[in-house]
Design a protein around this ligand. Sequence first.
Ligand SMILES: Cc1cc2nc3c(=O)[nH]c(=O)nc-3n(C[C@H](O)[C@H](O)[C@H](O)COP(=O)(O)OP(=O)(O)OC[C@H]3O[C@@H](n4cnc5c(N)ncnc54)[C@H](O)[C@@H]3O)c2cc1C
Ligand code: FES
Length: 254
Amino acid sequence: MKIYEKGKMTGSRRLSEGIYELCIKTNIADKSKPGQFVMVYPKGKDTLLPRPISICEAGNGELRLVYRVVGKGTHEFSTYKTGEEVMLLGPVGNGFPLEEAKGHAVLMGGGIGVPPILQLSKELRSESVTAVMGYRTGDMFLKEDFEKYVKTEIATEDGSFGVRGNVLDVLREKNLPCDVIFACGPMPMLRAIKKYAQEKGIKAYISLEERMACGVGACLGCVCRTTKKDAHSHVNNARVCTEGPVFEAGEVDI
Ligand SMILES: Cc1cc2nc3c(=O)[nH]c(=O)nc-3n(C[C@H](O)[C@H](O)[C@H](O)COP(=O)(O)OP(=O)(O)OC[C@H]3O[C@@H](n4cnc5c(N)ncnc54)[C@H](O)[C@@H]3O)c2cc1C
Ligand code: FES
């Protein structure tokens, strides 16, 4: 059941260059699971649509959202102050299938795909879980948060911290055991993970990012191509906001 309500800001701060967090008191927090997201409604008159932002952490009636400022909506979010009210709809989407975390699970986040992997790390916390985070440079965010819960490895594109390269380079260079992958990040990273998982014969659950308008399955603004036909519509489509954002990599044509 989705909740549409005003949440109350309990904190906000800058985490690194262009990356900010919002902490919000809301009933959505205790109803959500890792990989789900909320639609956040900007207040400006020229920003009509809500913005989808993943749940980075949730618990004790509070949501933590971590986002990159890219346009008008996210810029407005970065001006919010403690005590301010913010309209939310959520939790939205299916979330990661936690029951599939069998054997050695590797949780991968790239760029602004890092935040949703934090709540996943908290909930899957165990010796057999490793988080692998990819950043452009050593100006990282949430690294210390991951280290509280799981073994954490880092890749940076410029090689200024951890392994030079991407999240899959870490897997190969460190020879990490891997029976299943959960990932969120840019499309090239997800495509590479899909290929890697197919080659190794393992499952990968990937969280897709599509432009969204309604967030409730009504506008079809967020469809992605699937490998199988939908039983109702008989087309190779799925709505990322309702059937996703998390898909088993083999199910989607990316
Ligand atoms: C399921 C999901 C989870 C996401 N989680 C996060 C997150 O945790 N942190 C984060 O920083 N970003 C996340 N994004 C991307 C985020 O929604 C966009 O960066 C944001 O909507 C941009 O809004 P804007 O007004 O600042 O930019 P503008 O470019 O001005 O936005 C114009 C319109 O395009 C839409 N839009 C623009 N870029 C995207 C995008 N990449 N994905 C979807 N819609 C977009 C906006 O919602 C808005 O309706 C997520 C996107 C999806 C689909
Ligand atoms: S955003 Fe409208 S159907 Fe997904």
